[in-house]
Design a protein around this ligand. Structure first.
Ligand SMILES: CC(C)(COP(=O)(O)OP(=O)(O)OC[C@H]1O[C@@H](n2cnc3c(N)ncnc32)[C@H](O)[C@@H]1OP(=O)(O)O)[C@@H](O)C(=O)NCCC(=O)NCCS
Length: 205
């Protein structure tokens, strides 16, 4: 037990250092933005996204062309389909974290400051049950401002998620979720109200 505690403490310390290092690196890159700012020309819809993330994803995306035509930064393990049907607000880059899957056949509207954990899926269209080559029409997925979608969650077609919402990890969002709540589970249900968001107001950039 003692050694377990010791290892945990060490791991915790390491991760705290890593986060601090990341912040330092982010600040350093932002200070040198006059050298790197040209990369933003490749990302017309990345307002508010830190330059460090854009630089990290630039080579796989814009040189090796993994999701190369998407105008916001996307991780090379993620997949964005029908990106022209996606509207994104400031500091929102669906697919920027690993293993995302965003299918926007019926459209997806996203507000400002969306945080998507790894492995999240946004799936706007279903296959027809008796012919999988046909996709069914549905209303677009709509996601408000200041929404955090936890790791491995899936949002299904036609769903609206309000503003200032947390969706718990591994949730399956099949129905609309109102604003100012925390919702979790499969199917995703509201578990409590959420206080107002106090971070940066990215809608005003
Ligand atoms: C949603 C979340 C933020 C809630 O955290 P919290 O406020 O501390 O919630 P609690 O741990 O107090 O849980 C409250 C209840 O909801 C349940 N619950 C919490 N998260 C859940 C989830 N993702 N799925 C199902 N049930 C969940 C808990 O079991 C608990 O149930 P109980 O009251 O019956 O015991 C957190 O659980 C979560 O899922 N975080 C996502 C982390 C993530 O994906 N990060 C990715 C990096 S971006």
């Amino acid at each position: 037990m003692v050694s377990f505690g010791y290892i945990s403490d060490k791991k915790w310390e390491t991760s705290v250092f890593m986060i601090q290092d990341m912040e330092k690196l982010k600040n350093r890159v932002e200070r040198l933005s006059f050298i790197f700012s040209w990369v933003r020309l490749f990302y017309p819809k990345a307002k508010g996204i830190p330059l460090l993330f854009i630089l990290y994803l630039f080579v796989p995306q814009k040189i090796f062309r993994f999701n190369g035509s998407v105008p916001w930064p996307v991780h090379f393990t993620s997949r964005i389909l029908f990106h022209k049907n996606i509207k994104v607000g400031n500091n929102s880059a669906p697919g920027m974290t690993a293993n995302g899957y965003v299918q926007a056949r019926n459209g997806i509207q996203i507000g400002s400051n969306l945080r998507m954990g790894p492995g999240v899926g946004l799936i706007s269209a279903n296959h027809k049950e008796d012919d999988y080559d046909i996709h069914l029409k549905a209303p677009p997925i709509i996601i408000g401002d200041n929404v955090w979608i936890g790791m491995n969650s899936v949002v299904l077609s036609g769903v609206t998620i309000g503003s200032n919402v947390v969706i718990g990890a591994n949730s399956l969002v099949t129905k609309n979720i109102p604003s100012n709540v925390v919702a979790v589970g499969n199917p995703c249900r509201v578990i409590r109200e959420k206080k107002c968001y106090k971070g940066i107001d990215y809608t005003r950039l």
